[in-house]
Each structure stands twice: as structure tokens, then as C-alpha cells.
Ligand binder design. Structure first.
Ligand SMILES: *Cc1c(COP(=O)(O)O)cnc(C)c1O
Length: 346
């Protein structure tokens, strides 16, 4: 394998521990896993078998292309396609054991015509106005005759525990449970699970928290980091007082400093917004990012430290901290990591 000056270390035990935490918080409900966007950037083909070994049986991706990329999900494992079934998806859908999540009346009609006896899932929109049938459509009889494995809805504000829309959506969903027959009912994502058991119904669908994101205030200190980044020092240089570092000369050394140039940049998901407040670590020494983040490089202040060319520094990617004060979300950080890392699971 070609050696790369940029590493992503993924902790399989932490991934499993996070899933078990959500499974325990889901009470009597089964706990699934959202593995869309290539397992939130970690690699769905690596994530799914690890979660399946931990006991997860219900997986969610967005499209049939993501399902195909996953390969065979394994025995006793169910896969749902959140974006449903377009006309162009029918051939693959009929050849697959995965289930479409029917989102619109046209999708319902399409599935009834193409596979009247095959199980499907159905999404009902209870207040987010994104994908899904309206509750009125769901109750209109249009679903009669379908074999619905999972009837689901999705919360818009679960990361804000006090938001009134949470209870509104839960109540609307509870009314659907009474009105629309399905094998199982599912409402909660990671943050929704943190809202408590009344949100869990039969099946939960965490994503973010599995991968080390902290979805809600209540999960602080409970979620184990899964992703660790390290970049190699390509060069170390002395910067005299008054000299600038990086594009735009936005950083000017207030005194003589030593800077290490690291092999990571915004093309690796280390976005410009992470520069201010961002840091690398040389052992116990915090080395703040100085100047603008480049496409492939950052500079960090290593003054007084023992850092040389060829050393590896770890990049601080404590997800909630890394995004605080920026307009980025933890989701964007994970899914933006890019493809230039040498990836290693422990
Ligand atoms: C992405 C997604 C999830 C997982 O959400 P997290 O906030 O990452 O836990 C669950 N359900 C649906 C429908 C989704 O689109």
C-alpha cells in the first residue's frame, strides 16, 4: 500500500459501545442504524458488519446506489432505502431484498403496481415538511393492501429538547400508530432517543451518535469518540516576528515562532471555519492552527515544542467542540472527511 501522510483511525469498539448505549436508551424498542452517506463518512462497508456483530439488525441508507455499494448486508439483516423508489429504481428494487421507504403518493402507487405483495416501509411527515406522506394521505386508504414493515416519521428539532414541535410530532405519530397497520413503528434518530422512551416506539434509527457525534445535551459524556485524525509534519520553519503565515497573510507572528506545516486541509474536511480555535496535538502540547487553512495544508504553532519533519500530530476533532462557534454541524464534519486518508480500524 502507498504510504500516505494523513491517517484516519476508526475505533470499532467505540462504534459498538455507542450503538449499545442507544440500544439501552431505546428501552424495549429495537435499535437500528443510519449508515447513509457511506456510514457518515466512516465507510458503510466497515461500519455495517461491526454494528451487526453488536446486535444491530435494521440499517438505513438513502438510495439504491448506496445499497449496491454496501453489497450483501448479511443474514437476518434488513436494509431500508430512505429516498424510496423512483421509476428508474424499480429494476434494482425488485431484484433486491432491501425495502423502499415510500415517501409520496406516486411512490405508493408505483410499489402497489410493481410489487403488490412485497414488504415496504412508509414515511409520514409529521411536521418537518421534508419527505413523506401527509398524515391525511396516510389515513386516506391509499396504504390499504400494502405490507408495511416499518411506518416511520422523522423529528425536526430533536436536538432541542424543549422545542414544542417534538411533542407535536410525537402526538401526530402516535395517532398514526393507531390508524395505520404496520409491523413496527419508528420515529427517533439519535437526538430523538435522548428525548426518552415515549419517542422510541418499536424501532429507533440513530446515526450521528454512533460515529461519535453528540446529538443532544443529555448525551454529553456518554458518547465515545470513534474517529481520530493524524497528519504528518511536512516541514518545520522559524517565522520571525512580523512575518505572515498562509493565504491572505491573516496571521502575523507577534514574536519569533516555530511553525509546523501539516499534511491536511479543507479538501480533507478540515474546513476553513475550523482554523480559528482549531489545534493539533504533539503529545500533551496543544499547537493552535495559525493563518488560513489551505486545500491540502495547515500551519500550527509549535513554538517551544520538540516537533520535527516526519512527526505525526493528532488533529483535534472533538466533534461538538470542533464545530462550536462555527456554522458547521457535526454531521458536516463527519461526512466531509474526504478520501485522502489512510484508514485503519482498530
Ligand atoms: C439521517 C436519518 C436518521 C439518523 O439521524 P441522526 O440525527 O444522524 O441520528 C434517522 N432517520 C432518518 C429518516 C434520517 O434521514
Amino acid at each position: 500500500m502507498i504510504d500516505v501522510p494523513l491517517r484516519l483511525t476508526l475505533d470499532g469498539a467505540a462504534l459498538a459501545a455507542n450503538w449499545r448505549w442507544f440500544a439501552a436508551r431505546s428501552g424495549r424498542a429495537a435499535c437500528g442504524a443510519a449508515v447513509k452517506a457511506d456510514g457518515y463518512g466512516l465507510g458503510a462497508r466497515d461500519v455495517v458488519p461491526r454494528l451487526a456483530a453488536a446486535g444491530c439488525r435494521d440499517f438505513f441508507v438513502t438510495t439504491w446506489a448506496e445499497a449496491a455499494a454496501l453489497g450483501r448486508a448479511g443474514d437476518g439483516v434488513s436494509l431500508s432505502i430512505l429516498h424510496g423508489v423512483r421509476e428508474a429504481d424499480l429494476a434494482q428494487a425488485l431484484a433486491s431484498s432491501a425495502r423502499p421507504v415510500l415517501n409520496s403518493p406516486a411512490m405508493v402507487a408505483r410499489w402497489k403496481a410493481a410489487a403488490p405483495h412485497r414488504a415496504c416501509d412508509v414515511m409520514v411527515d409529521t411536521g418537518m415538511n421534508r419527505l413523506g406522506l401527509t398524515p391525511a394521505e396516510a389515513g386516506s386508504g391509499m396504504l390499504d393492501g400494502l405490507r408495511i414493515a416499518t411506518l416511520m416519521s422523522h423529528l425536526a428539532c430533536a436536538d432541542e429538547p424543549g422545542h414544542p414541535l417534538n411533542d407535536t410530532q410525537r402526538a401526530r405519530f402516535a395517532a398514526l400508530v393507531a390508524a395505520v397497520p404496520a409491523d413496527r413503528y419508528s420515529l427517533a434518530n439519535s437526538a430523538g432517543i435522548c428525548l426518552g422512551e415515549p419517542y422510541a416506539f418499536d424501532l429507533t434509527r440513530p446515526g450521528l451518535g454512533l460515529y461519535g457525534g453528540v446529538p443532544a445535551p443529555g448525551a454529553d459524556g456518554q458518547i465515545v469518540p470513534v474517529v481520530a485524525l493524524e497528519a504528518e509534519v511536512l516541514q518545520v520553519r522559524d517565522v520571525a516576528a512580523g512575518e505572515a503565515v498562509g493565504y491572505g497573510a491573516t496571521f502575523v507572528a507577534p514574536a519569533a515562532i516555530r511553525a509546523a506545516i501539516l499534511n491536511i486541509g479543507y479538501a480533507d474536511g478540515y474546513f476553513r471555519a475550523l482554523g480559528p480555535g482549531g489545534a493539533a496535538w504533539a503529545g500533551e502540547r496543544r499547537c493552535p492552527v495559525i493563518g488560513r487553512v489551505s486545500m491540502d495544508l495547515i500551519a500550527v504553532d509549535v513554538t517551544g515544542g520538540d516537533v520535527s519533519e516526519g512527526d505525526w500530530l493528532s488533529i483535534d476533532l472533538d466533534l461538538p467542540n470542533a464545530v462550536s462557534g462555527t456554522s458547521l454541524s457535526q454531521y458536516e464534519l463527519l461526512t466531509g472527511l474526504g478520501h485522502r486518508y489512510q484508514r485503519r480500524w482498530t
